[in-house]
Design a protein around this ligand. Sequence first.
Ligand SMILES: [Zn+2]
Length: 270
Amino acid sequence: MGKLKLHPPNCLLLEGGSSQERKLLSLYWSMSLNCQGDAGPCLRCRPCVQIRDESFRDLYFLGSGDKVKIDQIRELRTIYSQKPHFSWRVVVISEAQALRGEPANALLKSLEEPAPGNSFVLLAPQREGVFSTLVSRSVVMTLSRQAGINFDEDLELVFRELKDFVRTGKGWLNRTAGKNKPDIIQTRQIVSRCRHELVLSMLKNDSQNLFHQYSPLDRYHVQNILTKAEHCLALNYIRVDLVVEWLAVSLWKNFNCREKDVYRTRHLSV
Ligand SMILES: [Zn+2]
């Protein structure tokens, strides 16, 4: 997604996953385009918060493909010839496989005459069902069947180990000392995987999420840890294994001191 952000496509087609996950990813995409921070969605700035709450003025949900009317697309054409209020206007159509006939043609026309600052996002279970000319005009991104963005399997394995370490304090240090220790590219991927997990933890209630039930302040600390790790990785002469170790230990400390526990203790002592 990082590379896409540098040259946002006129139309992004998100396929795979559940409809909920596709919608979350469209929110994440809007945040990536509009966030005021310098690395990934910060979740704290005004655009990020408004997008999360779906109250952002440049975010349009046209609804399910079969309900989209040609007038809506025409109306959009007048809107999108104007500059967005913020950086990017994002128009999301869910169940894009049901978009047919006149509305689909009107959308195609809009895609043929792109206006800067606008990004269409089509959500569909799989690209095969979507009007083929629309697919050919889109950049397609596939969600894995299980959850989240299609991260590479090796990375998921490393991330699971990191997750176990954060929760139990065991295991991870063997990984950083062993032959399979992550190189700089993998370490960057681990950091961005953590960032993705953090975004998901805010958008959906999943007890498997590493940052499940973190308070806003805890999330803020996680965000700082990730940003520090990224800054270190941008330096020329850095011991990557030390960054990896520091990242894991910092997340582990954060997990063990999180506010949730404070609340629980207070609650129990009442
Ligand atoms: Zn932000």
